[in-house]
Design a protein around this ligand. Structure first.
Ligand code: UD1
Ligand code: CA
Length: 465
């Protein structure tokens, strides 16, 4: 994920703890909540990427019992995994990570199911913690139901009260706790050790550290989040869809600010990363997956799905193409209704037209397969014209074989090239041929029955009664 790097303003080394031990029952899914995809990557991956942008000393992910799947799904994640074997509350969760963190560090607490938080927001938050203070990311909500409320006295933050423990008056408070906070590790460890479960949920509340800090006269700085959308969490599939829409808008905006023209930013889905040159145009209902690179002036038609592919400058992809692991050269014309399976490499000015499938093949410059063809396991030279309905029969029922088509070959309509086979340079294959042996260069090869006329043949007729 491309995230802006935001150097932390913290004067001290930073440790990030991501709480991710929730069960996510409301997702009603076999997939753990923090592995649910947002923009094609697990929720947790987004949070880890944002944390990394802060260049911390270490990132700890607190996962729960049964969360082995989360660890297994992200084997390469640059994090240290900490097990919270019993789910006894957010304070208890953070406590599991503390023994790993040196007392001189600054601790930033994030959540595996709050994926849209920005590195710049966090860097600013850490900056506001100052030296030795606590910074609390807050949000003002018109309907604060379910959130911890920020209780102030004389204008200063005194403590956080959870919804379930709040008085009717406290429930009227609109200033809410996002859960994200930055605090010095040493004191934080001391406060966490003092937490009790004497509350309506019988949990160790992380939020209770605020009152403990206040008691020790440690400054507590509430920092309102500039964009409340950043702190939205995912609890069910409806919220997941809501965040997906926000993510979509973010990515679309980045592309547009980079010079890409989008027919409709709400109808582009990026499930991975896209890099695009100048004057790229993307029509509606396009899906990009994995790593997609678009050269200058590329045009992508409506309804295309492009996965892990590179498309050269000036190439036009017409509507409804499915392109996977292809490297398409410059000034090519693709589709409509073309399909690239892994993998294909096209030189410049290649035309692949409607209902043409290309797989594991290379095509040289200026070659064309404009209609209804299968090009599989083939090395195709330059200026080759693959006629309508040409099929490369690459599979003998057991093994795949390669086909070599040299420069300037023309294959007639409805020809079958049975691999392994080589078609020599400049050869022409007659329409309707089934070619099973090498076709010599520069010659016309015909491999079909000669046309004959049956003189006395009669069409059958129904017997009359
Ligand atoms: C928490 C805050 C509340 C805040 C709200 C914002 C506490 C006590 N309350 O409430 O002030 O307004 O978040 O959304 O902190 N988790 C664990 N292990 C646990 C419990 C929770 O890892 O034992 C993780 C969950 O996966 C989740 C996060 O911590 O991602 C928050 O836990 P949750 O129980 O949802 O807290 P809230 O009740 O929402
Ligand atoms: Ca919650």
């Amino acid at each position: 994920m491309a995230r802006p790097s935001a150097r932390t303003a913290a004067p001290r080394p930073l440790s990030v703890v991501i709480l991710a031990a929730g069960e996510g029952k409301r997702m009603r899914s076999a997939l753990p909540k923090v592995l649910q995809p947002l923009g094609g990557a697990p929720l947790l991956t987004h949070v880890i990427a944002t944390a990394r942008a802060l260049e911390p000393q270490a990132i700890y992910v607190v996962y729960g019992a049964g969360g082995e799947r989360v660890r297994a799904a992200l084997p390469e994640a640059p994090v240290q995994w900490v097990l919270q074997s019993e789910r006894l509350g957010t304070g208890h969760a953070l406590r599991q990570a503390m023994p790993h963190i040196p007392a001189g560090h600054e601790v930033l607490v994030l959540y595996g199911d709050v994926p849209l938080i920005r590195a710049a927001t966090l860097a600013a938050l850490i900056g506001r913690a100052g030296t030795g203070g606590v910074a609390l990311l807050t949000v003002r909500l018109e309907s604060p139901e379910g959130y911890g409320r920020i209780v102030r006295a004389g204008g200063r933050v005194r403590r956080i009260v959870e919804q379930q423990d709040a008085s009717a008056r406290q429930r009227g408070i609109r200033e809410c706790n996002t859960g994200v906070l930055a605090a010095p590790a040493g004191p934080l460890q001391r406060w966490l050790a003092q937490l009790t479960r004497g509350n309506s949920q019988g949990e160790y509340y992380l939020t209770d550290v605020i009152a403990l800090a206040v008691r020790e006269k440690v400054p507590v700085e509430p920092v309102p989040v500039a964009d409340p959308q950043e702190v939205l969490g995912v609890n069910d599939k409806a919220q997941l869809a809501q965040l997906e829409a926000l993510q979509r808008a973010r990515v679309a905006r980045e592309l547009m600010l980079g010079g890409v023209t989008l027919a409709d930013p709400a109808r582009l889905d990026v499930r991975g990363t896209v890099s695009a040159g100048r004057d790229v145009f993307i029509d509606v209902n396009v899906v990009f997956e994995g790593r997609v690179i678009l050269g200058e002036g590329v045009r992508i038609g409506a309804g295309c799905v492009v996965r892990d592919s590179e498309i050269g400058a000036g190439t036009e992809v017409h509507p409804h193409c499915v392109i996977e692991r292809a490297r398409i050269g410059e000034r090519c014309s693709i589709g409509p209704f073309a399909r690239f399976r892994p993998s294909a490499t096209l030189a410049g000015e290649v035309h692949i037209g409607n209902f043409v499938e290309v797989k594991n093949s290379e095509l040289g410059s200026g070659s064309k397969a404009n209609h209804l063809a299968y090009v599989g396991d083939a090395t195709v030279g330059a200026r080759v014209n693959i006629g309508a309905g040409t099929i490369i029969a690459n599979y003998d029922g057991a093994l795949k074989h390669r086909t070599v088509i040299e420069d300037d070959v023309h294959t007639g309509s409805n020809s079958v090239l049975v691999a392994p086979i080589t078609i020599g340079a400049g050869a022409t294959i007659a329409a309707g041929s089934t070619v099973t042996h090498a076709a010599p260069a520069g010659k016309l090869t015909v491999a079909r029955a000669r046309q004959t006329v049956i003189e006395h043949w009669r069409r059958p007729v129904k017997p009359r009664r």
